[in-house]
Each structure stands twice: as structure tokens, then as C-alpha cells.
Design a protein around this ligand. Structure first.
Ligand SMILES: [Zn+2]
Length: 129
């Protein structure tokens, strides 16, 4: 078997862990996860930018019947990041405390356990207010 470059998977994991997005060099808009071309102006020139991980909750829903590997019930929310992009992720916290515009911050947590017991980690948000 041919030697392979580090898989994209791990590079993506690193970017997700550090919350690195793309900042368009033409119009300044930020995408997370990073996308090119820019969703606003179609420019392909960008630089990597580290996001604060802070945002606010703009909508959420309770998932009562969890998919295989996930522990339910849990909350999935749409978070508007401080830098602008919207990001959907699991939200940690009491359902009663969730409200529109509630401040949240990113946390790197276990997302799920696969059938062969591999633990998958990723970004969740927790209430910070
Ligand atoms: Zn742009």
C-alpha cells in the first residue's frame, strides 16, 4: 500500500477543535467550517482565522429519540457565532435555561460512540450566561 499523506479527517478535526474558519480577503466575511469560494462574493482568496468560540443561541430543538451511538435526549441548537457564521451543534445545558440570544461557548466534547466503541469528538456548545 502506498504511503498516504495525513488524512483530511485529522486536519479537519484539528481545525474544528481550534475553531478555525476562513476569512475572505476580498469582503472580510468569515465562514465556519471554512469554505472557499466565499459564500458572499465568490472570491477564492482567504486566510485562516481562529474564532472565539463564543456566540448566541438563536434556535434549538430537543432530540428525544437519539440516533445510534448518541445518548438522548439532547438539544441541537443553531448558534450565531460572534464572528457571524451560523453553526448547528449539540447544546449542553438545562432545557429550561435555553432562550433566544442566550450566550453560549464552544466546548470540545464526546459526540458519539460507534458500534465498535470508537469515541468521536467534536464541537458542542454550552450555555455560558
Ligand atoms: Zn468574500
Amino acid at each position: 500500500m502506498k504511503h498516504m499523506a495525513p488524512p483530511v479527517f485529522w486536519r479537519n478535526m484539528k481545525e474544528r477543535y481550534a475553531m478555525v474558519g476562513n476569512k475572505c480577503l476580498s469582503c472580510g466575511s468569515i465562514t465556519y467550517p471554512g469554505r472557499a469560494p466565499c459564500v458572499k462574493c465568490s472570491s477564492t482568496l482567504y486566510e485562516k482565522t481562529r474564532l472565539s468560540g463564543k456566540g448566541k443561541l438563536i434556535s434549538w430543538t430537543v432530540v428525544k429519540t437519539a440516533p445510534t451511538g448518541f445518548e438522548g435526549p439532547y438539544v441541537v441548537g443553531m448558534v450565531e457565532l460572534e464572528e457571524g457564521p451560523l453553526f448547528a451543534a449539540q447544546v449542553i445545558g438545562e432545557e429550561q435555561k435555553m432562550q433566544y440570544n442566550a450566550p453560549v461557548k464552544a466546548a470540545f466534547r464526546r459526540l458519539l460512540e460507534t458500534e465498535d466503541h470508537l469515541l468521536v469528538y467534536g464541537t458542542k456548545f454550552e450555555l455560558s450566561g
